[in-house]
Structure formats: C-alpha cells, structure tokens
Design a protein around this ligand. Structure first.
Ligand code: 0A1
Ligand code: ZN
Length: 849
C-alpha cells in the first residue's frame, strides 16, 4: 500500500534526469508469489542535468542483490526507491529483486488475472517491477527474457527467440518504462496480417483465453482499419514486425498502449453479436483505434513528464474521434462526443476537482487520467484545427512528427510546432492548457440598415486555486439563416479573443436567425435566452446537424425545467417538432435517435444550480418520467410504424447503418412499452438474436415493473460469461426506481457472482448506482452511505479504482442542506479511514475542500 503522507509534485520543479539509459535487459523467472526480476541497465550521466544524484524508483520490491560494473553494491533503500554512489561515467547496473504478482490486487505493476500474468505500468507501475528511473523522459531500447511454464510468453517489440519454457523479445524503439509490458498465460490467438504502405508485412494477433476465440473478429477488423487510416490520414506507418493485443479480465482502465503489446480490459475488445451491444462494438472500434494511434502520438513521441499527459491523450482522443467520424456519421459522432463532454467533463470543470488540461500539481498522478485531460484535451486540439484550418493542421502535424520523433515533449513544443508551421502567435491560445473552468459565453444581437451585429461576452468562473481568469481565444462557428429557412451566410469561424467583442455581417435583406457555436466549435456554455419559436425554427431548419440537434435538446431541457420549477405541461411545439423530425426519412435513423435522447438528470441539476435554484433529484426524475409519458402519448400513432420500419433484415452487422436503425427502433420500443405494459418488449426479448435487441427489451420490461422471468432466464443463459453478467448486474440497478436503487445495489453485492475485486464487476453494481441520479442522491443519504462503505473496502485492495469512483461525489455541493450533510458525512468517513491510500486521500481532500 502507498504511503498516505501527502507530497505534492509541481510542474515548475521539473529537472532533467541525472542519468540516461542506453539499454535495458530484463529477465523474468515467473512464479506466482516469488517472481525474480533480473535487470541489467547501461547508464550514462546526462550532460544536461543539474545534479549527479543517482536515484532509482522502486516500491514493494524484495532486494536480492545489486552490482555496478560487476562489483556488488549496497544501495540505500527507502519506501520509494534507492540511492547509491555511482561513477561519474557510463556504467552497468545489475540488480535482482523478488515480487509477488499473485497478491498484487492493485492491478498495477506485474499482477495475475485468473492465472495469467500481465502488467500495467502507466503511470508509475514499473517501479513495482524493478528499480528504475521510472519517468517518461528516460527512454531506452529493451530486451526481455521470460522464463515460465505458461505456453504463451509475450513482451514488447519483436520476438527474437523462444523455446520450451522461455521466450526473448527485443524492442528497438527507445521507450519510457511506462510502456513496458509482459504477458504470460494459457492463451489462444486470432491471427491476421497487415501489409503497410511501404510493403512490409506485420503479423497481427489478438490473444484471449480459450473459449473467447469467437469474440475476436471485430477487434481484429478494427485494428486493420486503424492501421490503414493512420497511414491515409496522418502518413503514419507501423514500425515493428508484430502487433499483439491481449484481453485481460482484471484491468483498471479500458486499455493500454504498450509498445507492440497492447493490453485491453476484455470489455474493451471482446464482442460477438450475441454478447455485445452495438454501443459496445462502436466503443471497441474506437478504443482499438485509440491504443493503436498512440504508437505515434504517445510512444514514438512521448511526454516529458506526467503534467504533459494531454500531449498524448488529448491528441490521441482527437484522432480516434476523427477515425470514428470518418468510418461512421460525423454528425452523430459529434453529438455523442458533446453529450459525453457535458456529462463527464463539465461537472468536473465546475466543481471541486476542476484542474487545467495541463495540471500544475498533483499528489497521485493516477487521479489525473480525467475527462479534462482526455476529452477537453481533445476539444482544445479541435479548436486549434479550426483556427489554423485543415491545411495548417496537416502541415503542423507533419512537422511535429519530423521534429520530435524519438523525443519526450511538452505542450510548449507542441504549440511551437503550430506557430512555426502556420506563422500564428499562439500565446493566448495556450491559456486553454493552463486555465481551468468552463467558459460562459453570452450573446447580444442587433440589426440595423442591413448590418447584423453579434456581440459576445466571455467569463470563466473561478476554480480551486484560480480566482482570476483571462479571456481565451474562442472559435465561434456561426451561420445565418433567413426567416424562410435559407442559409444566407454559411458557416464562418469568428475568432473571439477579448472579454467582450462584436462581429458584423453586412448586406442582409432582413434580420437573420443566427445559428451559433455550430458543430460545438468550442467547449463552452452558451448563455443566451432564445425565444422558443427561434429554437423550434432552428430545430426544423438549421443546416448544421449539430445545432439542429442542439435546438431540439434545448427545447426539451427548457420544457423539463419549466415542469420542475412551475409544474408546466410539456412543450407542445417541441413534441410537434420531434414528430416531424422522426417522420423525416431523409434523416439518418441514428441522428433521429439522438434527437430523442433527453438531457441527463445530472445535467438538469447543473442547469438548475447555475440558475440559482437548488436541484431536487426526485422532482427532476418525476419531470423526466412525465415527459417520457407525454412523448409516448404524442407519438403513439407514429411509434409502431417507425418501430416496424427500423427492423433489420439479413445478418447482424454492428455498422453505422444497422446500429442506427436498432437505436431508433429501440427508442420507439421504450415509448411503446409505456403504453402496452411491455407486451412488445416481451416479444422482442423472446425473438432477439443479438444483445442490442435483447438488452433494450429487458430494460423496457424492468422499467414497467415486469421482466423477472426474463431476468432469470438471462442469468441462466449467461452465468458463465463475465462480460454479459456485468450487464445483468448493471441493468438491474440502472432500471431500479429511485427509492429502491440503493437496496437493489446492496442486494446484488450479496450475490455469489459479485466479485468485488474485479473492477468491471465493482463498477457494474456501484458505478451503476453512482450513475442513477435520483437513486444515488436519495434524500436519506442511503446511496451515499452504500457507496462510501464499498469505497472504504476497496481502497486498500485497489486504490486506483476506488479513487476514480469517488468522483461520484464531486457534485455534492449542488444539493440541499440535508443531502449535503449526508454526502459530507460519507466523504468524512472515507477520509477518516486509517491508512487511506494516497489516491483516495487526495480525492476526498479535494472534494471536502
Ligand atoms: N493510456 C491509456 C489508459 C491508461 C491510463 C492509466 C492507466 O493506469 C493509471 C492505465 C491505462 C489510454 O489512454 O488508453
Ligand atoms: Zn490514451
């Protein structure tokens, strides 16, 4: 377990490493509780370092021996690592340590997952494997020998030899230790190959447990599509002879981009039509792409230190978003990404955990793998691209790869590349990396003598440790429509750089209707009181699909707020507009399904809080249910026809077209179920030959208080499939009534299959509770108390996953005094836990302020 004494690391304290590494040789003698790790490392003094202090990280290692240039040494060992007197010249360090993978429940370093050895070294897991300068600016080629009785022994790079009980790997590309990986186990491979554009053949393999072979086809297709896309769109070719992916059941995150040996949470790679939903397939496709794209943005060019995490993550998320847009629908993808940003990043940026895209300090780096670093980091790159244009972006990226290949870089390096490639001054733009918080942009309009003026004002509220905010560069994409619906001014990107700024459009015949922040051109909150009629007009006519969706969404939001605040009836204009859009066969079904999705309950709570009202989770829940009932009534004639017309014939494919149809069909089923007591859902469940249809039907049944027979049958059929059972657990919590969600979750934690040390299973039950807005924020505090109990239990076993789930409490100050008292008590109970991990202590500390 980690030392809980808080020690804060600051970006401003960065100093180059005292010693660099020219070569690493590792030998692993695998044994579950006594693995021996032998290291031979060639060090050389770094001429650019300010000091000659030799320090190697190392945690929870049992020392066996150490030597320098063949002479035994006795280093001084602490909980964090070792120091030793070394020559002021190149030397060879040799060490042997013992570690215990089987008892490593934190899933960081070398650990075991159901009999299989695997590693997770990002961010600082390598120091639990052997002594090393475990920092990303130390890059070296690795040679690895694995000895063990498992039939499959894998590491990074290319295979150089193997025999009975051993294998040797060599990775020629210098890399930081966080990209090291090792896997050993009884695995089977789905194999394929890829010919790069220069004609080299790469052997591809996806390694899984025997029995999972039938769930590999999609991941392999996604990998090949990613490899081709990175060549076509970014000119990036793969650089090893092999590319291996391994599926692991116990994994803290989604996946990891280790050089040549990506390790995946099995939920993020395994799929078959019977066991995975369309959404799972799309997510797998994008995670495979994400990890593959890291080969250039992350591995070949890495981060100088962990403060620069967004350099690889923001860019790689942006690239995987582009990939999905190219393969599927760009409009639908943009809507999905913005929904996710608003659901996950906005609450972070507006609460006690707010931090800049490039943080300036941390106690535990694992706590900074956040939506801000990843998703807002990607938005920042999207804005940069909008500002410099497609050509400028392509030129800058070419320069980035040419100039920095093989280096460990900073955000300054990144921005300098853009300045050099495009001649722009990006000093003000750089504030997006250092200033936390979601900017609010308000708008005024004026029309006189054919000139239309838009005046914007920006303001970023204070965030922890940052009271004063400066004006940012905000690209605001605007188009103008004439009152008859024609586009009179096509999309233009206005560059806002001041606190208040006006832009004019001349030569207009009449006052136009503005469509502002098209394609969500910046991660801001637009504060503009728009008349209902204008929103309805944009919902019907906007030529920008994102803003068309946004207009519909904002009407639904305002209707819900009016119900919550004044008990108003649902907005009839919105319902009419919705029916019109649903009837419009020229619109992509996936897009129509997005229009039907209501704002989340947490989002509504935030809107109410922003407007100075205390959100009542029960009232919000009631309003959403009421609106769904109204939709079901209003669309009662249309829904059955649309449901029928969305039927897919022919073999299942998780592509954009089929999944769009199933999404819209399932949305109709949800409305129909409110009026037929689940009869159609029961039929769909009985006839379903894929998980997308089955799960949606089961969810409709549970929602109308039926489905217990189906739930039991589902369990019977899938009890041996862990990934499907995660769905079985999660669905019951998600579909529980607010007053029984906590009890449902508590009951499920008693189930014999509730393996709480498995992060996926823990998240299936307790993550689902945290995501059930009215159930988690229950007035009597039962939701908070249950989650706190489990986080306290998980923290010593797996601090990283526990700390990540503590973010469920980040919005606690939004609610009424009673709820706040319960949430605060829960957080204080966690904080008071003796021996609380550094991860957990930092999180609760920040949330309690
Ligand atoms: N770099 C991986 C995700 C990842 C991050 C941190 C981890 O442990 C602290 C593990 C994985 C990615 O972006 O996919
Ligand atoms: Zn990543």
């Amino acid at each position: 377990m980690k030392d809980a004494a808080p020690q804060t690391i600051h970006l401003k304290d960065y100093a180059p490493p005292a010693y660099l590494v020219d070569e690493v040789q590792l030998t692993f003698r695998l044994a579950p509780t006594a693995t021996r790790v032998l290291s031979r490392i060639r060090f050389r003094p770094n001429p650019e370092a300010p000091s000659r202090d030799f320090f190697l990280h190392g945690e929870a290692l049992t020392p066996i021996r150490a030597a320098i240039d063949g002479q035994e040494v006795r280093p001084e060992i602490t909980e964090a690592g070792l120091t030793c007197a070394v020559p002021d010249a190149p030397f060879t360090w040799e060490a042997e340590v013992e570690i215990s993978p089987r008892t490593n429940t934190a899933l960081e370093g070398l650990y075991m997952s159901r009999g299989m050895y695997c590693t997770q070294c990002e961010a600082e897991g390598f120091r639990k494997i052997t002594w090393y300068p475990d920092r990303p600016d130390v890059m070296a080629p690795f040679t690895v020998r694995i000895e063990g009785d498992a039939p499959v022994l894998l590491s990074n790079g290319n295979p150089v030899g193997m025999g009975e009980g051993w294998a040797e790997w060599h990775d020629p590309w210098p890399k930081p230790a966080y990209l090291f990986a090792l896997v050993a186990g009884d695995l089977v491979a789905r194999r394929d190959s890829f010919v790069t554009r220069s004609g080299r053949t790469v052997d591809l393999a996806l390694w899984v447990r025997p029995g999972d072979e039938g769930k590999c086809a999609w991941g392999m297709e996604a990998l090949k599509a990613s490899m081709r896309w990175d060549e076509d769109r970014y000119g990036r070719e793969y650089d090893l002879d092999v590319f291996n992916i391994v599926a692991v059941d116990d994994f803290n995150m989604g996946a990891m981009e280790n050089k040549g040996l990506n390790i995946f949470n099995s939920a993020a790679v395994l799929a078959s039509p019977e066991t995975a939903t369309d959404a799972n397939f799309e997510r797998i496709e994008s995670i495979i792409a994400h990890e593959y794209f890291h080969n250039w943005t992350g591995n070949r060019i890495t981060c100088r230190d962990w403060f620069q995490l967004c350099l690889k993550e923001g860019l790689t998320v942006f690239r995987d978003q582009e990939f999905t847009s190219d393969l599927r629908s760009a409009a639908v993808k943009r809507i999905e990404d913005v929904r996710m940003l608003r659901a996950r990043q906005f609450p972070e940026d507006q609460g006690p955990l707010a931090h800049p895209v490039r943080p300036e300090s941390y106690q535990e780096i694992n706590n900074f793998y956040t939506a801000t670093v990843y998703e807002k980091g990607a938005e920042v790159i999207g804005m940069l691209k909008r500002l410099v244009g497609d050509e400028g972006y392509a030129k800058a990226l070419d320069l980035y790869f040419a100039r920095h290949d093989g280096q460990a870089c900073t955000i300054e390096d990144w921005l300098t590349v853009f300045e050099d490639a495009t001649g722009r001054d990006l000093s003000q733009f750089g504030l997006w990396y250092s200033q936390a918080g979601t900017p609010r942009v308000s708008v005024e309009e004026a029309f006189e003598n054919g000139t239309y003026t838009l005046t914007f004002e920006q303001r970023t509220p204070p965030t922890p440790g940052q009271e004063e905010k400066k004006p940012l560069v905000i690209p605001i994409a605007v188009g103008l429509l004439s009152p008859n619906g024609d586009e009179v001014v096509p999309t233009r990107v206005l560059e806002m750089t001041q606190a208040r700024q006006s832009f004019t459009f001349e030569g207009l015949a009449s006052k136009p209707v503005p469509s502002i922040l098209r394609d969500f051109s910046a991660p801001v909150v637009l504060e503009r009181e728009v008349p209902r009629a204008e929103r309805a007009f944009l919902m019907a006519h906007d030529t920008d699909p994102f803003n068309r969706w946004e207009a519909a969404r904002s009407l639904a939001r305002e209707s819900l707020i009016a119900t919550i605040r004044e008990g108003a009836a649902p907005d009839a204009d919105w319902l009419d507009g919705l029916a019109a859009m649903l009837r419009d066969d020229t619109l992509d079904p996936a897009f129509r399904a997005q229009v039907l999705a209501l704002p989340t309950q947490s989002e509504l709570a935030q809107v109410l809080a922003d407007r100075g009202h205390t959100p009542d989770p029960d009232a919000i829940h009631g309003a959403v249910e009421g609106l769904r009932d109204a939709m079901a009534r209003h669309l009662a004639d249309l829904a059955p026809h649309l449901y029928e017309s969305m039927r897919v014939t022919g073999p299942y494919a998780p592509d954009a077209e089929q999944s769009g149809k199933r999404a819209l069909g399932n949305a109709m089923l949800a409305l129909i179920s409110r009026r037929d007591d689940g009869a159609l859902a029961a039929r769909q469940y009985a006839e379903a030959d894929n998980m997308t249809l089955a799960l949606a039907a089961l969810s409709c049944l549970l929602r109308v208080g039926r489905g217990s027979a189906e739930l039991a049958a589902f369990h019977e059929r899938w009890k041996d499939d862990r990934l499907v059972m995660d769905k079985w657990f999660a669905l019951q919590v998600m579909e529980a009534k607010p007053e029984s969600a906590a009890e449902t979750a508590a009951r499920l934690t008693e189930h014999p299959a509730f393996d709480w040390k498995n992060p996926n299973r823990f998240r299936a039950v307790l993550g689902a509770l945290a995501g059930h807005h009215a159930g988690f924020h229950r007035a009597d505090g039962a939701g908070y108390a249950l989650l706190a109990d489990w986080l306290i239990r998980l923290d010593p076993v797996n601090p990283q996953t526990a700390a990540r789930m503590m973010t469920a409490f980040q919005t606690w100050r939004r609610y009424d005094a009673g709820r706040q008292a319960h949430a605060k008590a829960a957080l204080e109970r966690i904080a008071a836990k003796p021996g609380l991990s550094r991860d957990g202590a930092e999180m609760v500390g920040r949330m309690l302020g």
